[in-house]
Design a binder for this molecule. Structure first.
Ligand code: SF4
Length: 358
């Protein structure tokens, strides 16, 4: 039976985005090729991200989803150059308008951050300085990237504080981060990122700490600014409802790998990986009658010692269907067909049978 997910597209509109993992990518606005990140530890090498490929065009929104520890945030940190100077071992390319972010120097990245590439973090305290007023910090971010007077910058900062839903923004402008509640700090950080009008915005769980009303307001604002500036957005989240609402394409990560990618409507209605099916099954449905959610049983694999076969095999209900020991012994490649990629040994026919029997 086809299930209906809150916020999911009701029909199958024609997908516009360049899907993650798709073939092509030459000259793409952002073209990530074979990106891998590993962290040496006392216990061995932690393979946090393994061979990620995706492209993104201006005006498009890519959602990256997966459980905690799947490599979503590490991918964004690598793109922002935040792993430079750490022990992280990076390989592959991330071509942003032709420039490789992975090889770029820290000074080169500093020039890109803010105006060209902005980031909204999960933790607002990591982005807001405790010694400066919130308004001052937003104003400074604006002045770095705009030719404007102090007065104009102040007006722009107050306007942006209002747009992200901070009440009495003129008064709040002169307050310090510790005067703000957690949700307000999150909104202030979002204001600081958006005021720079970045060409590429990477938002890591931007609305997780906010209530649903404010969340909707922020998502609307991000969409509005994206339309105004034709910017690209990477939205990292575990909330498939948000993905359904704002994303053009989706990349599903598990154990540091992309296991499925494609246009958002196909991910919801033509799902081709058991892990994605499990994620969808664990979210509330409009047609569900039991009122129970079904989390995926088991734990993600250790990134210190990934299995040689399919990395989802220990939690997959359908490994036997694929035949003998193939799932335990052979790591599936990411197969991309007409912009929809899956890393699974099951045939299309088997996947249709599974989907229709749910
Ligand atoms: Fe499940 Fe096998 Fe597909 Fe992995 S390859 S997701 S174990 S069916």
């Amino acid at each position: 039976m086809t299930q209906t997910y809150p916020g999911a597209p009701a029909t199958l509109p024609s997908p516009a985005p360049t899907p993650a993992g798709a073939d092509g990518g030459a000259g793409a606005f952002l073209d990530v090729r074979n990106l891998s990140v590993a962290f040496p530890t006392d216990d061995g090498l932690v393979s946090a991200v393994n061979g990620m490929d995706f492209t993104l065009e201006r005006g498009q929104t890519l959602g990256i989803v997966g459980e905690s520890g799947s490599g979503k945030s590490v991918t964004s940190q690598a793109l922002m150059g935040l792993l430079k100077g750490t022990s992280a071992q990076l390989s592959g390319q991330a071509l942003f308008q032709g420039k490789d972010l992975i090889k770029m120097s820290e000074s080169g990245m500093r020039q890109l951050r803010g105006r060209n590439i902005g980031m909204i973090f999960q933790d607002p305290l990591s982005a807001l300085h405790p010694f400066y007023t919130v308004g001052h910090q937003i104003e400074e971010a604006y002045l770095v990237h705009h030719q404007a007077s102090k007065k104009q910058a102040r007006a722009a900062a107050i306007n942006m504080l209002g747009r992200v839903g901070i009440p009495s923004p003129e008064q709040r402008y002169d307050e310090y981060p510790h005067h703000f509640s957690g949700g307000m700090r999150q909104r202030a950080m979002i204001a600081m990122a958006l005021i720079c009008e970045p060409e590429l915005l990477i938002a890591d769980e931007p609305t997780t700490a906010l209530d649903v009303t404010v969340q909707a307001q922020i998502l609307d604002l991000m969409a509005e600014l994206q339309a105004e500036t034709n910017s690209a957005l990477i939205l990292i989240t575990h909330d498939l409802g948000v993905v359904a609402e704002v994303c053009d394409s989706v990349l599903v990560m598990y154990g540091g790998q992309c296991v499925e990618s494609g246009p958002v409507d196909e991910i919801f209605y033509d799902t081709r990986h058991p892990y994605t099916l499990g994620l969808l099954n664990s979210m509330p449905t409009l047609t569900g009658t039991s009122g129970r959610l079904n989390p995926i049983p088991g734990q993600p694999p250790s990134l210190l010692d990934l299995p040689s076969g399919c990395i989802f095999s220990s939690r997959c209900d359908y490994a036997a269907l694929a035949g003998a020991d193939v799932c335990r012994e052979q790591r599936p490649e990411l197969l991309v067909e007409t912009g929809h990629g899956k890393r699974c040994h099951l045939s299309s026919r088997q996947l249709i049978t599974i989907r229709t029997s749910r």
